[in-house]
Ligand binder design. Sequence first.
Ligand code: GL7
Length: 806
Amino acid sequence: MELTTEQFIHDFELTLNEQQQTILSTATPSELFVALAHTIRQYYTPLWIERNKKLQENKDKIAYYFSVEFLPGRMLETNLLNLGILDVVKEGFAQLGIDFTQVKQAEHDMALGNGGLGRLAAAFMDSLATTGYAGFGNGLRYKYGLFKQRIVNGYQVELPDAWFGSIGNVWETRKDHDIVDVRFFGNVYMTDAGNGKLKPVYSDAQVLRAVPYDVPQLGYGNGVVNNLRLWDVEIPEEYELSYPTIEDRRRVEDITAVLYPDDSSDEGKKLRLMQEYFMTSAGLQTIVKSYLKLGLPLERIYEKVSVHINDTHPAVAPAEFMRILIDEYGLEWDDAWNATQKVMSYTNHTILSEALEKWHTGLFAHVLPRVYQIIVEIDNRYAAQMSAQGVDYETIENTRIVRNNQVHMAHLAIIGGHSVNGVAQIHTELLKEDTLRDFYKVSPEKFNNKTNGIVQRRWTQIAAPGLSKTIDKWIGQGWRSDIHELRKLNEYVDNSQAQADFWEVKQLAKQRLADYIEQTTGVHVTTDAIFDVQVKRLHAYKRQLLNVMHIIKLYWDIKDNPEGEFTPRVFIFGAKAAPGYHFAKSIIKIINELANLINNDEQIGDKLKVVFLENYRVSLAELIIPAANVSEQISLASKEASGTSNMKFMMTGAVTMATLDGANIEIKDEVGDDNIVIFGMTKDDVYNHYATRDYYSRGIYDNDPVIHRVVNTFVDGTIPNCQREGSEIFDALITYNDEYFLLQDFTSYVEAQEHLTQLYADRARWMHMSMTNIANSDKFTSDDTIRQYAQEIWNLSLPSHGKHRI
Ligand code: GL7
């Protein structure tokens, strides 16, 4: 939008005075932030209203992205950037003598997600608005996001993430006119509806009110505003008498109280099921209502509506949609089923079976009696249809929804929809050949791949403004709106002046991170060292422990030969462990104790430092990622569905140390073998070991003296204060046969690291690699990923008013 600095200053001061009732000289950063947010709201509100009006007038098809997680982080800078007024606001603040950074830090990260899955959902929201597609989010308005992590004596301590704080969510708006009711529990039986049909009658059901709060999603430079709708729970007034005590009310409020802090496993909790159904039912009810306002026939709703099921959490959607169409609007089963399958589509985000939700039928039928009846009917019809088509008994049994007293949510999502996608090529292949192979056999046409992506704007223009200016200098600003122009950088990857510029901007980012490290941990690190970073959730399959084993090896190398040549390295970790994931927490403790040992050893000095940064989150990622030289993406091949931080590191000039897993493979394809460092087993190697059961980690431990010494270091007292954790790790690696093949991959990892050190020593070679990574990262823009979803899965066209500049 067009905005002069003067106009902005005027609007801002007015808002500060009138809404915050304060003046510049006394306002706190938090008050300034709220005033700024409200100023921005005034700018985008007319666009938002216009957008909704146009979509309805033109009857454009809308895709709804259902997800229990959205992890946008801070929204202020994104909103300013996308409105095209970030520089104006920074200039205005400079004139007013306000520190923009301080104000921006007053915003609490919106952390309604665990990790990659939630961050991807947020990225898709941004990209939908930016590409102009009508794609809306549907989720939950948790009062507490992912826990805040503190490290105390080396241990993770979890604290509630009270992200609403004193100022609430400044971007949201409560929408009373879209309130709906959601039913749980009770009994249900069918009775004659009088028109030859049956209708359900409920008794003793719990009725809860779903209240939507809408959060705008602004497109980059195009005036589009889409909507992210988050549902909150309330007790309907007419039922208040049923909740006489605060405890009673609290049990209800729990539904939107807290995000489950587990990034992969099914908690098996009733509350989780209630959360999932609550947002799915509320979302679907309002979608049907707004579709009916168009005056079109309900059985053709698929022409105007798509519903995307993000992982299995909202996978009750096909059954709930059937319930709404049949019970509430009287559609015939076959018409309803035809519409449902055309509306629904599903993304799988992991092959780890514990993340494919299954519910005990008893629990499910107790919480959602009517939906359970419908699921049983869907399942019976499915089995009958498969059988009629001549599908063998075993395949039918393997793919049924209700099996062994469990409701298989992934099966419901696949059977009840028309599309199943994985999130990177290798992941989709694994779904077809292994995890979901029976489904692939019966409906291969449903399967497709959509490799994940990232919002390049956040990771360059916002997180790395210095880098962005350097890119501008060499290839102009075109890449800011067309990321594919980044490829022009390929021409300069061997230009010594360009290399010097990109080196320097990385050094500045490293210095900023070094300052933060010193402030928060007291550890001094030098930017002469290689900054080697592994930031992601703590999980055994991601193999932070392999990184630790390499560090231990380096420690012994220096201790054995203190005068030897050594390229200094700083190893930086950031990782939250699920609170109930004991082993992951032991690894955090080990990293911290190892860090203490190494960082306080004078003989080691600046050669080696280990830093664990607490409370890893989106805003911290923005500081860390642009400062990395090395991006550690070392999961056991086949286990990381895609990864997305790997893409962010690449885009900001880190070189990837990678296994052939997830999207690492596609990064390699983009940059070529010489600009990435690959090590370790392939997915086929891993599966061969599974097939032959010939892996024996103790054999490696017994025969390889380096590995022997590294593994012993966990238990021989070298690392103080962690005997218990050390022996747990020893047991996992040796006694329990090393589930993730760390010992098998160790030697190849060490060699790859040695190779990388040599590469770094040759500055021209290294900068060639680093810049080649930046130049070819355009492939991973989530704008393109979402275009593929829109065109190939949701069958959306761009709304006619989609692309006007503001
Ligand atoms: C994940 C995958 O583990 C990760 O590899 C992928 O990039 C992400 C987004 O598709 O989804 N699956 C999952 O359950 N979580 C992920 O981050 C928590």
